[in-house]
Design a binder for this molecule. Structure first.
Ligand code: FSX
Length: 338
């Protein structure tokens, strides 16, 4: 595909109608809280958007983020946004390997210096000079430091890249257990280990795929990241808790709580808070966006929220009080008042 092919040309070639495209733009603009006028601007901007160069680096992770992104299903416009991108380098998806792959990365960075989007998934090991994870003989830390310099925007996809995630687990309770010294990308910018660039955290383990594509769509149109919260996440997606958006919220307000995962209350939509649900302190769109093309989300299928889009969620989940309530040490306001 040519680099200068616009997004609307690409969609037409893939058989997507203008009506479907406008419907998508309206929904996306509404997510970002844009005015009707701005909705039109978003449609025009996205239609004319050229293919940006994307360099995608994968470090310490489980590949769940890429799997989330490439999940099978109907070819939605969200998915086509990702097809439209010029994925010049992606460890997991590219066919090239070895020196040919590394040369392709260097070529893409040089040709698009200052303009490419750098996507990172996985945390970065920093202990022992970073030798815990290397690619083509280069530590993840050194590769990240090099790639960040020419990036117009950095998107940390997944809780590992955003906050350290599972590879950094037990950093709170037992610091020595984070043996690889796993850290998130933004933290490395704060400590001066890599240069500072505009960065967006798209957290979640894994993140909702539409949140990834929506964030990229916003950048394509505006040339900048959307408004962010204190954790550098797009407010449009992370501005409310899972609890506030949960389909079981009416039960919470009525004081109806499931007391076991297999009791009648759990089956009848009672609130899962007393079974350890982390929805009240977790900011994400899972209940409204849902997964697998809007099919379901954890509380819908009877499982409490794990809090995976929050920093240190794995360690928080380990702490249980005498009554067995998991995570109580980190939930001083339990039960929440909203
Ligand atoms: Fe982490 Fe992603 Fe969880 Fe896995 O790349 S956020 S372990 S879903 O794969 O980084």
């Amino acid at each position: 595909m040519p680099h200068d092919e616009t997004f609307i040309d690409f969609l037409m070639r893939r058989g997507v109608s203008r009506r479907s495209f406008l419907t998508y733009c309206t929904a996306t603009a509404a997510t970002f809280g844009l005015s009707a006028e701005a909705e039109i601007g978003m449609a025009a901007g996205l239609a004319a958007a050229p293919r940006p160069s994307i360099i995608w680096l994968s470090f310490q992770e489980c590949t769940g983020c890429t799997e989330s992104l490439t999940r099978s299903g109907a070819p939605t416009i969200e998915a086509l946004i990702l097809d439209h991108l010029s994925l010049d380098y992606h460890h997991t998806l590219q066919a090239a390997s070895g020196e040919a792959a590394e040369q392709a990365r260097r070529n893409a960075m040089e040709a698009n210096y200052g303009r490419y989007v750098l996507v990172v998934d996985g945390s970065v090991p920093t202990a022992d000079g970073g030798v815990w994870s290397t690619i083509a003989g280069t530590t993840n830390l050194a590769m990240l430091a090099e790639a960040v310099r020419g990036a117009a925007l950095v998107i940390a996809v997944g809780t590992c890249a955003a906050f350290g995630g599972v590879p950094a687990a037990a950093a709170i309770a037992a610091p020595n257990l984070n043996q690889s010294g796993a850290r998130g990308v933004a933290e490395l910018m704060e400590t001066g280990d890599i240069e500072t660039r505009p960065i967006v955290n798209v957290s979640g383990c894994p993140p909702v795929p539409e949140v990834i594509s929506g964030t990229i769509a916003y950048f394509l149109v505006n040339g900048a990241s959307p408004p962010l919260d204190a954790s550098r996440r797009p407010i449009a997606y992370y501005g409310k808790t899972v609890h506030e958006r949960c389909t079981r919220l009416p039960s919470y307000k009525a004081g109806r709580f499931a007391l076991a995962f297999d009791d009648a209350g759990a089956r009848n939509g009672y609130c899962l808070l007393q079974l350890g649900c982390k929805g009240p302190l977790t900011y994400n769109v899972c209940p409204t966006q849902r997964w697998n093309l809007g099919t379901s989300f954890p509380m819908h299928s009877g499982h409490g929220c794990l809090g995976c889009s929050e920093a240190d969620f794995w360690d928080r989940a380990l702490a249980a009080d005498a009554s067995g309530f998991i995570g109580s040490a980190f939930y001083p306001d339990f039960p929440p008042q909203t």
